[in-house]
Design a protein around this ligand. Structure first.
Ligand SMILES: Nc1ncnc2c1ncn2[C@@H]1O[C@H](COP(=O)(O)OP(=O)(O)O)[C@@H](O)[C@H]1O
Ligand SMILES: [Mg+2]
Length: 400
């Protein structure tokens, strides 16, 4: 089972590359599902097939193994988490916000992106596919939601379960405190969500299963976006196995009109090579037209992957190392070279993980580090960054 995510700035080519990858995989014999939550319905366009909200098999004799699904995130969110949303709305309303605004806020921007992630759990667990390709993956920001259960802590879930039967009693408190208490239904949905999130996290941080691939164009803005996502992915322990620089003007274009574009692209490509080393970067040329239809997608897929198997794990970033010595413990977390790290601003235990906030040249980032069991019985001593490596030290708890 493989799960491949493509992420990158809008317009960089995620949808086209997702479809081309899925097409190639299906031709290699993998039962493949491509999932898109892009509201612009670009995969219907790219595949030139009406793609529905349930897995749609592509027509044609040789396409038996290619499936596509267009997720409508707003509808999904409403169906699956409508109760929670209603609760949030009632919370806002009780604070005096008008209803329209309350709904606007409750439709959390991350939530819509996030619903397509939850879909992954459903399809991985269905066991119907060999590879799932996700188009329009949540930006790096949305990845942090997979740590929600960690943040809440397993005890919270247990506590909620325990408290649930008592909720009707607390309803009495409502007029006094002035905020509505969640109904039993909301609490049950909450627990369900926390459980699904836990399973999602297991899938996403399994480096043999899930790969995140970064798509960018050779321009400043796109590469900056790629750096940030790379950084967040590494901090959230998600394996990035490939970068794709798309829409590179081919060498043979000799029209002097494009000279400046070509030299700027060459500069940005070199910059990307050094910023992301040792991550493999593939280059993909700018086609002479939009990439639509299976014929062009197949051509693009062949140029991108040649004889390779797109399901392979192209690269494995370094994982976290733990060394135990006399009475102390060191946890070493390699950070991606995509950004320069300054200092550790805040370290705190959150459930079984450690939350570390580090300031970098692109702002503060929070890192959740899963701790080995032995660290649970030790005391956090200090943390520092040294040459893009985060060191965390624990010492034995004093007795007595
Ligand atoms: N290598 C390429 N050559 C030419 N056109 C491309 C290439 N990659 C993407 N496109 C075109 O660029 C537009 C945006 O691509 P798309 O895959 O929809 O981007 P995203 O999903 O990242 O927003 C589409 O019209 C697509 O056909
Ligand atoms: Mg798209």
């Amino acid at each position: 089972m493989r799960v491949i995510f493509y992420t990158g700035k809008g317009g960089s080519g995620k949808s086209v590359i997702s479809c081309a990858t899925a097409l190639k995989l299906s031709e290699l014999g993998y039962e493949t599902l491509v999932i898109s939550s892009d509201p612009a319905h670009t995969i219907s366009d790219a595949l030139e097939t009406q793609v529905h909200s349930a897995p749609t098999r592509l027509s044609g004799r040789d396409r038996k193994k290619l499936w596509a699904i267009q997720v409508d995130p707003i509808r999904e969110a409403r169906e699956k988490f409508g109760v929670i949303q209603e609760y949030i709305v009632s919370l806002f309303k009780s604070k005096g916000l008008d209803e329209v605004l309350a709904y606007e806020i409750a439709a959390l921007p991350n939530m819509t992106e996030f619903v397509s992630l939850l879909k992954v759990v459903e399809f991985v667990e269905s066991n119907n596919y060999d590879v799932i390709v996700l188009d329009t993956v949540p930006s790096g920001e949305a990845l942090k939601n997979i740590y929600l259960p960690t943040l809440l802590g397993s005890t919270t879930a247990k506590l909620i379960k325990f408290v649930a039967p008592l909720v009707n009693i607390t309803k009495v408190v409502e007029p006094v405190v002035g905020i509505p208490t969640p109904s039993k239904e909301v609490i049950n949905e909450d627990i369900k969500l926390i459980e699904i999130l836990g399973r999602l996290k297991d899938i996403i941080i399994d480096r043999e299963v899930t790969s995140l691939r970064l798509v960018a164009n050779p321009d400043a803005f796109s590469i900056q976006n790629m750096r940030r996502t790379h950084l967040l992915a590494n901090l959230y322990n998600v394996n990035v196995d490939l970068g794709i620089m798309n829409k590179v003007i081919p060498e043979k274009v000799s029209d002097s009109y494009f000279n400046d574009w070509k030299s700027a692209q060459a500069r940005y490509l070199a910059e990307a090579e050094s910023a992301f080393h040792p991550l493999p970067l593939k280059k993909l040329r700018l086609f002479p037209s939009e990439v639509k239809g299976l014929k062009l997608l197949s051509e693009l897929g062949n140029e991108l992957f040649g004889d390779e198997d797109p399901a392979e794990v192209y690269f494995e970033g370094e994982a976290i190392k733990v060394t135990v010595s006399n009475h102390s413990l060191e946890v070493v977390v390699p950070l991606p070279a995509a950004s320069r790290y300054k200092e550790v601003c805040e370290v705190e235990r959150v459930g079984e993980d450690l939350s570390v906030v580090i300031s970098t040249e692109i702002g503060e980032v929070r890192n959740f580090i899963p701790l080995p069991a032995i660290a649970q019985v030790m005391k956090l001593d200090s943390a520092k960054v040294l040459n893009d490596v985060l060191h965390i030290y624990f010492i034995e708890n004093e007795r007595g």
